[in-house]
Design a protein around this ligand. Structure first.
Ligand SMILES: [Fe+2]
Length: 298
């Protein structure tokens, strides 16, 4: 009756982030933290629509995204908690020793962040887009929190800075704001997504460990827009393809990282028990106790 019409090889989803595999729970948490947040921003832009049924529907859908993002943020947070606990128990930051102890080392978590952050910010589309201008000017979409902005909401004559590569260097380029509304939304998204990374850093800090997770540069690992033709490091340096190939294993999850994380995935079904690589939640879903029996098999 229902024929699946997207997401298979012959018929991939238009948005690449949704074609990426989600083979392990760390990928899943990263997806719900970063990529569901893209959903939040796209829905927020549509919630400003002058077409009232669309605005009202998307406002309703937004209530769902909040829970999805919570699952991701708390999932990554618990993974980090378990890692830093074991780092302190074993008094080591040696990746091999931590992997032998069955937890996910912080550099691997950083590479997962780099991957999911970069594929997600691609979802906002090309840095310059005449479609984005048309959608805005016709009232189909607004900006994030349009009502809180103090400009004229028409934006004719306004400009916005976008990134480009010129002579092997990243530069800022001023373009008409109406054409840069994808970039405006992407920048709002970036500010919002950095909040959770800071909260994850507090878990590491509280454990007394000096390691800082960061969002990669906006230009890193881009496949959409004017930056897609360039190789740019997580700290925003334009590099050659050779340097990229030599270092990419430090920046993005390697096959080995993914195989290791995959090897940790297993079933734990006893209430109150958790897999070795993740700490128990502070509280159960819906404020239930941690050992609450959510699923009953008859
Ligand atoms: Fe979602």
């Amino acid at each position: 009756m229902l024929q699946r019409n997207s997401g298979n090889e012959d018929n991939p989803r238009i948005l690449q982030a949704f074609n990426e595999k989600t083979p392990d729970w760390l990928s899943f948490f990263m997806f719900t933290y970063f990529t569901d947040r893209d959903g939040k921003f796209q829905l927020c832009a549509l919630a400003e629509s002058a077409f009232d049924p669309l605005a009202r529907t998307t406002k309703f859908m937004l209530t769902e995204e909040a829970h999805h993002m919570f699952v991701g943020e708390s999932g990554v947070s618990r993974t980090i908690q378990r890692t830093v606990d074991v780092m302190n128990q074993l008094k080591t930051d040696d990746v091999a020793k931590l992997r032998a102890a069955g937890v996910i080392d912080l550099p691997t978590i950083q590479r997962y962040i780099n991957f999911h952050f970069s594929v997600t910010i691609d979802l906002f589309g090309a840095d310059e887009s005449s479609n984005a201008a048309t959608f805005y000017s016709s009232g189909l979409k607004g900006r994030y929190e349009e009502g809180k902005r103090n400009d004229d909401h028409v934006l004719k004559g306004n400009t916005y800075k976008i990134l480009a590569v010129e002579e092997g260097k990243l530069i800022e380029k001023e373009v008409p704001m109406l054409n840069a509304l994808n970039e405006v939304l992407r920048d709002d998204y970036i500010v919002d997504s950095k909040g959770g990374i800071e909260r994850w850093n507090r878990v590491i800090e509280k454990a007394g460990i000096s390691f800082k997770l960061t969002a990669p540069h906006k230009a890193f690992h881009r496949n959409i827009g004017s930056l897609s033709g360039s190789k740019i490091t997580p700290d925003g340096r334009v590099v050659t393809s050779e340097e990229w190939m030599a270092k990419v294993g430090e920046w993005l999850p390697t096959n080995e990282d993914r195989a290791y994380v995959g090897s940790l995935m297993g079933r734990v079904t006893e209430p109150g028990k958790f897999a070795n690589w993740i700490a128990p939640p502070v509280m159960g879903i819906n404020r239930q106790p941690v050992d609450f029996d959510y699923v009953r098999f008859s």
